[in-house]
Ligand binder design. Sequence first.
Ligand SMILES: Cc1cc2nc3c(=O)[nH]c(=O)nc-3n(C[C@H](O)[C@H](O)[C@H](O)COP(=O)(O)OP(=O)(O)OC[C@H]3O[C@@H](n4cnc5c(N)ncnc54)[C@H](O)[C@@H]3O)c2cc1C
Length: 383
Amino acid sequence: MRLELSAEDQAFREEMRGFFTTEVPQEIRSTVLEGRELSRDQIVTSQRILNAAGLAVPHWPVDDGGRDWTDLQRHIWHEEMQQAGVPAPLAFNASMIGPVLAQFATPEMKRRFLPATANLDIWWSQGFSEPDAGSDLAGLRTTAVRDGEDWVVNGQKTWTTLGQYGDWIFTLVRTDPEAKKQSGISMLLIDMTSPGLEVRPIELIDGGHEVNEVWFTDVRVPGENLVGEVNQGWTMAKFLLGNERVGVAPVGAVKRALARAKQLAGAQLDDPLTRARVAELENQLLALELTALRVVANSADGAPHPASSVLKLRGTELQQAVSELILDLAGPASLGARGAEDSDLPGWARRSAPTYLNLRKASIYGGSNEIQRQIIARTILGL
Ligand SMILES: Cc1cc2nc3c(=O)[nH]c(=O)nc-3n(C[C@H](O)[C@H](O)[C@H](O)COP(=O)(O)OP(=O)(O)OC[C@H]3O[C@@H](n4cnc5c(N)ncnc54)[C@H](O)[C@@H]3O)c2cc1C
């Protein structure tokens, strides 16, 4: 097997690297590289810079603002972006609702939403999960009932990431309670300023506020905000979740974190056990990187390859392992998580425990790793 970039792809890599490292403000990239929390403004600014250069949504259809790149070019774009510490375009916009609208929406709906979605003029939230409807998503209970021209929505969504910033939320709602679970679901776009919609924060173990509950009490939604046909929501949900999985193998980001861990380790690398642990992780990461390239090389027409489940599974496992290594390198200093910015403890050490705790999520969202194992067993191993 020969895995080497052609001269053309190498030039493309350099072009991406040049752009990301010079056009996106250093202050934003440092926030990412040092593992600090990005503000809403930083995320918006960065995405708008990318969008102005045609680099925010290259995977969309060309007619909707995408680029006619090969899968390998998209992979390089993504990897260079992560390596440079450029925040990836907001996944809810770029990887989730954007491609769904491009595929299923009417031309009018596309005109209304797609440019604003690419440019992050609208910040989207994902309103799929509910209590008792996570892995078993088809069990969702939030209802939408037709009343004249409108839909009236009642129910609760949960784990809505960054819902506190959301302008609009794309939701799955039950529109036919009599039909078989999957057949009675529709997709509705809901303005988050609608009366009756309430966002409630969920406090997390890392001390951060990243996820929310979203409650709907008699929220009126114009009929035109339905995506596709009534009761066809499951088709769109499957399309969206397939794309979601492809984007969650953070190879570039984990490589960057591991390289940084080596720098931070300093004299601790004299310890043979620590050295062996780093070497082991580097080898596993290299294997994942090569697998990612093989998956990219074999995916047909941009459709998610079933092996993307392997990438999600291993990518998140390694991401968690690297965060654990950094926590161990910080040692007792990691307990200073609540310390002020002017603390004597280095920032990376103070952030290591919240980061470690926060990354426990990676094996749950985007389809939990147990579910990925089942997909691998069924579709790849044929068990
Ligand atoms: C930080 C975070 C952010 C999130 N953001 C969003 C968001 O913005 N929008 C949104 O809609 N959702 C979001 N989610 C929800 C996420 O998609 C769900 O948490 C996920 O699908 C798992 O569902 P659950 O939490 O209900 O767990 P459950 O489905 O109840 O699973 C609990 C455990 O059982 C295992 N399990 C379940 N079924 C099976 C099975 N058949 N076989 C083997 N094991 C199984 C699971 O793998 C898991 O370990 C987020 C979740 C987290 C943690």
